[in-house]
Design a protein around this ligand. Structure first.
Ligand SMILES: [Cu+2]
Length: 126
């Protein structure tokens, strides 16, 4: 086991150099975090992949939205957005105007009525 010690020491020396190389990328990550990017999640009334496509597309057009991903089995929509451009309330309203419930807020009735039958919330997830 003795011969392993010099090896592990030299490995440690090597490893101690790598953080300095990574230090150059670290500020960029920190900047992105302070850039005002935030994440919000809403429980929707989506029931299928058509709902998923509809909601994700609708949210993609919303101001300040960077990404919107709906998980159909859980109906949870995850939105990444610029906190200086929009708010969770505005995003929630966008979901409602697309015809879906967002958390305890009910879907816009006219938008909901325009949804195809398979996307009505009386249906189970399918
Ligand atoms: Cu649907």
């Amino acid at each position: 086991m003795k011969f392993l010690l010099p090896l592990s020491l030299s490995l440690l020396t090597l490893l101690s150099f790598s953080p300095s190389a990574q230090a150059q990328t670290a500020p960029a990550v920190a900047q992105a975090a302070t850039n005002g990017t935030a994440t919000a999640q809403f429980k929707t009334s989506a029931v299928c992949d058509m709902c998923k496509a509809r909601i994700e597309k609708s949210l993609a057009y919303e101001k300040g939205v960077q990404s919107a991903v709906l998980d159909v089995p859980t109906k949870v929509l995850t939105v990444t957005y610029r906190a200086d451009k929009t708010t969770p309330a505005a995003l929630r309203t966008a979901v409602q105007k697309t015809g879906y419930d967002a958390d305890e807020f009910t879907a816009d009735a006219r938008a909901y009525n325009r949804l195809p039958d398979c996307c009505k919330k009386t249906n189970a997830v399918h």
